[in-house]
Design a protein around this ligand. Structure first.
Ligand SMILES: [Ca+2]
Ligand SMILES: [Zn+2]
Ligand SMILES: [Zn+2]
Length: 264
């Protein structure tokens, strides 16, 4: 208890005593700079790369490149705005070791199981929306999905809050909405949704579960993030028409590159 109080006292020192912020902070406030550093570490991680690629300036440039902004390596109000939007938890630029050569499922039938549900929607609605999301992808490629009621499926789907048994704890309401893992054993293919969000079937205010599920299940099939704001695989939530969305040309080209076309 005493230690906590001591720390609180130290942390409350006037900010004028703090070191000046680096050039990359672009004149933003200290909390904004700290939030930006955290964001870049989470979504633009290059840990196994060279020191140059690890600098915050380099990560900032990667982010500017991804979102089609002028490449300055300096924080701007536009970047802060993007950083504050709710988004997928999967990095835009990941450590290469996490994504070996285009991982994909090699079997023509991929199994899935819904392990846990949300309090926001009926289990009937979640089942229906997951099936709908999977169909968006499978109608473009020669792959079928089979739902399992128990046991281990290729794609384990669930809702959880905070720390939930993988190295990527959720962060409360907002910011990270969900994440999923590329095809592979164990966690591979699994899709997790933050139970601290308010999930909807599109009929009320909140996060559209069908849209989020279609995006995350794209990762479960091996899709990475797209820089195209019209793509379902764009990492930031809410840029397109969420009510009547469908896969974009970019999404379809990506998934067919991995699995080929479906023969109708
Ligand atoms: Ca969250
Ligand atoms: Zn994503
Ligand atoms: Zn998770």
């Amino acid at each position: 208890m005493q230690l906590t109080l001591l720390c609180a006292a130290v942390c409350l020192l006037p900010s004028s005593l703090a070191l000046p912020l680096p050039r990359e902070a672009g004149g933003m406030s200290k909390p904004q700079w700290e939030q930006a550093q955290d964001y870049l570490k989470r979504f633009y991680s290059y840990d196994s790369q060279t020191k140059i690629a690890n600098s915050l300036e380099a990560k900032l440039k990667e982010m500017e490149k991804f979102f089609g902004l002028p490449i300055t390596g300096v924080l701007s109000p536009r970047i802060i705005e993007i950083m504050q939007k709710p988004r997928c938890g999967v990095p835009d630029i990941a450590e290469y070791s996490l994504f070996p050569e285009n991982p994909k499922w090699t079997s023509k039938i991929v199994t899935y199981r819904i392990v846990s549900y949300t309090r926001d929607l009926s289990s009937f609605a979640v089942n229906r929306l997951v099936e709908k999301a999977l169909n968006m992808w499978s109608k473009e490629i020669p792959l079928r999905f089979k739902k399992l009621r128990w046991g281990i499926a290729d794609i384990m789907i669930g809702f959880a809050r905070g720390a939930h048994g993988d190295p990527y704890p959720f962060d409360g309401p907002g910011n990270t909405l969900a994440h999923a893992f590329a095809p592979g054993p164990g966690l591979g293919g699994d899709a997790h949704f933050d139970e601290d969000e308010r999930w909807t079937d599109g009929s009320s205010i909140g996060i559209n579960f069908l849209y989020a599920a279609t995006h995350e299940l794209g990762h479960s099939l091996g899709m990475g993030h797209s820089t195209d704001p019209n793509a379902v695989m764009y990492p930031v939530y809410g840029s397109g028409d969420l009510q009547n969305f469908k896969l974009s040309r970019d999404d379809i080209e990506g998934i067919q590159k991995l699995y080929g076309k479906r023969n109708h």
